[in-house]
Design a protein around this ligand. Structure first.
Ligand SMILES: Cc1ncc(COP(=O)(O)O)c(C=O)c1O
Length: 473
């Protein structure tokens, strides 16, 4: 039996990288022998030796029997799941596979309005019909918070035939729903609770962080290990416990939503990130929380309010996320982000009013000094920042899947009001769809998109990036 101090996949990868072989397999660079000088200068040598395919010693992600199986079992133990799958296509493929595993064409699934675009992709792939539920809303911060348990109970009582429920917890800003209470309500209907915890893989490693979704009774939990842990970008985890999810169907869905040539750099980094959290997680989270707390403390005497949802006592907050309201000094999050970026401080998420910073195990005291210095120097502007209307509940004419495959045409944006969108359009980040296939385009939604674009937001999913035209059904 392996202990958490081991890293079976990392060790196998290291041993394979050391072997000299006449390689007649992929990738074409053959351990780096075939790379250009440019490639070598920028990437270094070592990474190529580890970029290996499914050699016999390295197991098979889609039918694991040895080192991947062992690494996944260690991850399940460390994160508190019954079974864990390593993902090489981000939480995106995990969310899509979770929907494919739990819902079929025409099945109802309860989905929060602040779901990530991967949920819409999962709805298109599965053909499931979303029943939208509104997260609670903070009017002052104009932010989606978590889900209200009573509202979930009433949505379920009106849709007792729903096949699954999706919850986003934590949100991008670190706001967490009461997963234990939600799981209790959802389980009364015998259906699985899927928690998109892309931003919360560190929970459970320190008592001052919110409880993990798995310890709170969720059935399927998806973690972007790359967002806050030390895994490579795209590396993610999908965890399952209990019997409400068909694991064979989930396995098949994960084969459909991922590459058949998964990168061992990503897989190995998941094993290494699990090893790091299992052996040093408490100390690393202690250090991260202390950096985040010191940043909050040092902003107390600044005119910039810092998000704190603890007051209402309904939602818990991941204090390693720092959300600052820059509209208080008359500027937008986009302008502040550009100003800070030029001075060497870069946020994760700018919005019209705010900036959200991820503080993780990779940050140092010096980073925090730079952040606080930058925030305190932010130029004050006098222009009032327009308020952004909060996203409304989608009015839909058909399922996202029907809309995706429907006949479409281009239409002048202003004339598209009153028509149904053909595309998933998001302000990115955070990647929460402002429009999805089959959703009624309203003047409010269009104005929001225009205002965000003018303020400097990046819009994704538009066929016409200038927003002069929209694709409609
Ligand atoms: C809430 C949420 N879910 C899922 C995802 C997708 O994660 P990934 O980038 O790992 O595919 C994101 C990405 O930002 C997200 O914010």
């Amino acid at each position: 039996m392996w202990s958490q101090a081991c890293a079976p996949l990392v060790e196998a990868l290291r041993d394979c990288a050391r072997c000299q072989r006449a390689a007649f397999y992929t990738p074409g660079h053959k351990g780096g022998q075939g790379i250009s000088l440019l490639h070598q200068t920028v990437f270094g040598d070592d990474i190529f030796a580890l970029d290996l395919p499914e050699l016999p010693e390295l197991d098979d992600l889609f039918a694991p029997e040895s080192v991947i199986l062992e690494a996944q079992q260690l991850a399940a133990e460390a994160f508190g799941a019954e079974r864990t799958w390593f993902l090489v296509n981000g939480s995106t493929c995990g969310v899509e596979a979770a929907l494919l595993a739990t819902c079929g064409p025409g099945d109802k699934v309860i989905v929060p309005r602040n779901a990530h675009q991967s949920v819409v992709s999962g709805l298109i792939l599965s053909g499931a019909m979303p029943v939208w539920i509104a997260p609670m809303h903070d009017p002052e911060w104009q932010l989606a918070l978590g889900l209200n348990v009573n509202m979930m109970a009433s949505t379920l009582s009106q849709n007792p035939d729903a096949k699954a429920v999706v919850v986003v917890s934590p949100t991008y800003e670190g706001v967490c729903s009461d997963i234990e209470a939600l799981a209790a309500v959802v389980h009364e209907y015998g259906i699985p609770l899927i928690v998109d915890a892309a931003h919360g893989p560190h929970f459970g490693f320190h008592s001052e962080l919110p409880p993990s979704a798995l310890s709170s009774g969720a059935d399927i939990v998806i973690h972007s290990a790359h967002k806050v842990l030390a895994a490579f970008t795209q590396a993610a985890l999908l965890h399952v416990q209990g019997e409400r999810c068909d694991r064979n169907r989930l396995n098949q869905a994960l084969r459909m939503t991922q590459s058949s040539s998964p990168s061992y750099l990503l897989l190995g980094s998941l094993d290494a990130a699990r090893h790091q959290m299992a052996t040093q997680g408490l100390a690393l989270m202690e250090q991260t929380l202390s950096l985040a707390n010191s940043a909050r403390y040092r902003l107390q005497d600044s005119p910039l309010p810092v998000l704190d949802v603890s007051a209402g006592g309904i939602f818990q907050q991941d204090l390693t996320r720092l959300t600052v309201d820059v509209s208080a000094i008359g500027t937008t999050g986009f302008a502040a982000d550009a100003w800070l970026h030029e001075r060497g401080v870069t946020a994760e998420l700018p919005t019209l009013h705010q900036l959200t910073f991820i503080i993780s195990l990779g940050n140092s005291e010096q980073d925090i000094d730079q952040l606080i210095y930058g925030l305190k120097q932010l130029p004050t502007r006098t222009a009032a920042v327009k308020s952004q209307s909060y996203f409304s509940m989608p009015v839909v004419g058909m399922s996202p899947r029907e809309a995706f495959f429907a006949h479409t045409s281009d239409c002048a944006a202003d004339e598209a009001v009153g028509r149904f969108s053909a595309d998933t359009v998001c302000i990115y980040p955070p990647g929460i769809p402002n429009l999805m296939p089959g959703e009624l385009i309203t003047a409010d939604i269009l104005n929001n998109l225009k205002m965000a674009q003018r303020a400097g937001a990046h819009l994704s999913g538009l066929m016409d990036p200038t927003l002069q035209t929209l694709r409609v059904l």
